[in-house]
Design a binder for this molecule. Structure first.
Ligand code: HEM
Ligand SMILES: *[C@@H]1O[C@H](CO)[C@@H](O)[C@H](O)[C@H]1NC(C)=O
Ligand SMILES: *[C@@H]1O[C@H](CO)[C@@H](O)[C@H](O)[C@H]1NC(C)=O
Ligand SMILES: *[C@@H]1O[C@H](CO)[C@@H](O)[C@H](O)[C@H]1NC(C)=O
Ligand SMILES: *[C@@H]1O[C@H](CO)[C@@H](O)[C@H](O)[C@H]1NC(C)=O
Length: 482
């Protein structure tokens, strides 16, 4: 009897001790590894509707601001059908980008993959991605732009400005310029009836990307898929022609030429998907940045006056008023580069990037489980007053004494970073700079109507920024005095 009591007592002690130990272990594990704080909102749709309605307004910041002030710069939410870790933290953003392919990879919904084509750079992974990314980078690096692309950039921009009279929808014009430039750079086509027809199909294709949340019910999406088929047919016709002439020893200096001449033996389908993705990646982005730069300048008369002065000076230094923009001119556009940086900082054309964790990730005291979605927000960092003084004001002068504005290098990432750094980053800067040069030296303008920024599904202005342009009176006496 006594023995039994002792055994019972001992087992109780041991059991309780075990229980305490287990509880301790558990709380230790939870303490060390838990998800970032946050709210999930409603079942299924989570906080998606709040996000969308914020980004459809002209002031989306409160969505992130309120959460950052409650939970800190790394928080959990539930958007677009999944729980998601939202990062407004520059260190975490950098960590995500530099560990691409190791700890994180990108995942696009099937509806996007179908529009892009499976051989597009955006969907590639591993060593093939590495190879194709560096090929794309070297296609648009500064040497190539200086030696080959700049001439056509200047020529096609001027050609387009020639047709501007009175009222102009700036965003439409910028898209036209961007499309023509890309066709030239990728496959040496000058604007013609064929490129015009291709552009009309292409526009339908692009619309598909923004119908994506509910693709199955969307006629826009179905129309886009059909347009993709037709665009791909046209492009593969070009690829076949060029393959034949390439085999006959004829080599053109463009992206298609580089793809055909390399030792990789890509199939027609691979080349078409690849080219199409480049066309997609550069189109909305570059044309939007062109439009928004003009909007920000128009809204900031001091900056507009200063950029005008810089470009008038460049013209004044040339003997021939028709002279082309050269690489040295581009390099001399000091204030313009500040305007470009500040426009990219404020506009956040690509507001951030979605990734998926490939394993459990422990960072800054949190653990993000394997298979979770994360969103690295560039916008939240670029517009954070901790990183930029008066962060929500367009102030190109902040870039003049370079060091402090550019932050620690972690902070400013309009073109992303790591293995998926935008291959078009230099090209986009040059196109914007030459465009501003030709625009301000030739025209003065006023907005035709009030137009506001919106941020969903893409960053743009509501009315495509209509302006009234007037040719400037550049009588020689005025210009040549410089
Ligand atoms: C202002 C203009 C532009 C901005 C703000 C921009 C921004 C970006 C960003 C943030 C990324 C990273 C996406 C990610 O990590 O998932 C990216 C990728 C990419 N960009 Fe751009 N871009 C611009 C213009 C261009 C142009 C002109 C081209 C054409 C050559 C281009 C081609 C690409 C491609 C192909 C990728 C995918 C790279 C990869 O996944 O390896 N972009 N861009
Ligand atoms: C640009 O790429 C070309 C090859 O396409 C290469 O020869 C050149 O060295 C590169 N230039 C720079 C500045 O990286
Ligand atoms: C613009 O930003 C880039 C970083 O993307 C930086 O290297 C460059 O120095 C900046 N330009 C100016 C004029 O501040
Ligand atoms: C940049 O530095 C110059 C002199 O080095 C100074 O006059 C100017 O005010 C500074 N600009 C800014 C925005 O700090
Ligand atoms: C342009 O400016 C010149 C000199 O400043 C002036 O003589 C001429 O009348 C102006 N032309 C127009 C169309 O305003």
């Amino acid at each position: 009897m006594e023995f039994c009591v002792t055994v019972l007592f001992c087992s109780c002690v041991i059991l309780s001790a075990l229980l305490v130990l287990l509880l301790l272990l558990r709380s230790y594990r939870l303490g060390r590894s838990h998800l970032p704080p946050g709210t999930y909102g409603l079942p299924l749709i989570g906080e998606t509707l709040q996000l969308i309605s914020a980004y459809k307004s002209d002031n989306p910041e409160p969505f992130v601001d309120s959460r950052v002030s409650r939970y800190g710069p790394i928080f959990t939410t539930h958007i677009f059908g999944e729980p998601t870790v939202f990062s407004a933290d520059p260190d975490l953003n950098r960590f995500i980008m530099s560990n691409e392919g190791k700890l994180f990879d990108c995942s696009y919904p099937g509806s996007i993959s179908n529009l892009l084509g499976k051989h597009s750079l955006l969907l590639m992974k591993g060593s093939l991605h590495k190879r194709m990314h560096s090929l794309t980078m070297s296609f648009a690096n500064s040497t190539i732009i200086r030696e080959h692309l700049l001439l056509d950039i200047d020529r096609l921009i001027r050609l387009n400005l020639n047709s501007w009279t009175d009222r102009v929808l700036l965003m439409e014009e910028a898209k036209k310029i961007t499309f023509e430039l890309t066709m030239k750079q990728l496959m040496s086509f000058d604007p013609c009836e064929w490129t015009e027809r291709l552009k009309n199909e292409y526009v339908l294709l692009i619309e598909g990307f923004f119908s994506v949340p509910i693709p199955l019910f969307s006629t826009t999406y179905r129309r886009a898929i059909m347009a993709r088929t037709r665009v791909a047919e046209e492009l593969s016709w070009v690829v076949r022609q060029r393959r034949t002439s390439c085999e006959a020893g004829e080599r053109k200096n463009d992206m298609l030429g580089a793809l055909l001449a390399g030792g990789d033996h890509f199939s027609d389908e691979q080349i078409v998907d690849f080219l199409l993705a480049l066309l997609v990646a550069g189109y909305e982005t570059t044309s939007t940045i062109m439009t928004l730069a003009v909007k920000f300048l128009t809204d900031t008369p001091l900056a507009l006056a200063q950029i005008k002065e810089e470009h008038d000076q460049i013209r004044a230094n040339k003997n021939d008023p028709e002279a082309l923009v050269e690489w040295n001119d581009y390099k001399s556009m000091k204030f313009t580069q500040c305007v470009v940086n500040e426009t990219l900082r404020m506009a956040n054309i690509i507001g951030g990037i979605f990734r998926r964790t490939m394993t459990d990730i422990s960072i800054k005291g949190y653990t993000i489980p394997k298979g979770w979605k994360v969103f690295a927000s560039f916008r939240a960092v670029h517009l954070n007053p901790d990183h930029y003084k008066d962060a929500r004001t367009f102030d190109p002068w902040r870039w003049q004494n370079n060091s402090e504005a550019a932050g620690s290098g972690n902070v400013y990432t309009p073109f992303g970073g790591g293995p998926r750094l935008c291959p078009g980053y230099e090209l986009a800067r040059v196109v914007l700079s030459v465009f501003l040069h030709r625009l301000v030296t030739r025209f003065s303008w006023v907005p035709a109507e009030e137009d506001k920024l919106v941020f969903f599904p893409t960053t743009r202005t509501q009315k495509r920024y209509p302006i009234i342009v007037r040719e400037r009176n550049l009588s020689k006496s005025h210009v040549r005095t410089g």
